[in-house]
Design a protein. Structure first.
Length: 224
């Protein structure tokens, strides 16, 4: 009987904790996410990492290995280590992605892509799991069309309030030649910090059909 009482007491405590946790609104979760992100960014003095880009469709294949350096202010610099496959893909897709990300990493422009109440409206979808961790699932809708914003769902870690996963599409169609784009972006923990782990996207283009691209992020080294 004592064991049963202890079990029921623990169950009630867990359920009460779940209700208290779930009582947070989407805006409150996002506020905590921004607070924790600011703390992590203040402690991060830059990093280096490697990325592998791979693109495939019915007629083309290309790959590229890149070294990225993120400076203390968040500005990114890229060095192409090696590349292979379609020259057109490398020039017009891979190199363009690097150029646009380098430009978007400028501190003055980065505010345009952040997940903030200035850029998005939020709707709590419920509690879920992402990457094996308890998370808040939140639907995000952009407040204006921008190539820097997305429409879809984010998963925010219920303990550390970091984004674990993003599933969606660009808020603005990147090109007339692109019919649709869908991507899934996941994050992993490295020490006290959270960094991108994989980005998988599928683009339906008017001429070339379905194109799949995968970006793998690895070998992070945090600056001391």
């Amino acid at each position: 009987m004592k064991t049963l009482v202890l079990f029921l007491s623990a169950a009630v405590t867990i359920l009460a904790g779940d209700r208290a946790s779930f009582a947070l609104s989407a805006e409150e979760v996002v506020a905590k996410m921004m607070e924790h992100d600011a703390e992590r960014q203040a402690a991060l003095n830059g990093y280096t990492a490697m990325r592998r880009y791979t693109l495939d469709n019915k007629s083309r294949h290309a790959s590229m290995l890149v070294r990225v350096t993120s400076l203390p202010d968040g500005t990114k610099q890229f060095v192409i280590v090696e590349e292979a496959g379609s020259g057109a893909v490398r020039k017009h897709v891979f190199h363009k992605i690097l150029d646009e990300e380098a430009a978007a990493s400028d501190p003055k422009l980065r505010v345009q892509s952040r997940i903030t109440p200035e850029n998005y409206t939020f709707q709590l979808a419920g509690m879920d799991t992402a990457n094996g961790r308890a998370a808040y699932a939140i639907d995000v809708a952009p407040k204006h069309e921008s190539k820097y914003l997305i429409a879809g769902r984010i998963w925010v870690d219920a303990q550390e309030y970091s984004v674990l996963r993003v599933d969606g599409r660009p808020a603005k169609n990147p090109s007339f030649w692109t019919k649709s784009v869908h991507f899934v972006h996941s994050y992993g923990k490295n020490g006290p910090f959270w960094f991108p782990a994989t980005n998988k996207s599928v683009t339906d283009a008017r001429i070339f059909g379905k194109t799949e691209m995968v970006i793998e992020y690895f070998d992070y080294k945090v600056a001391q």
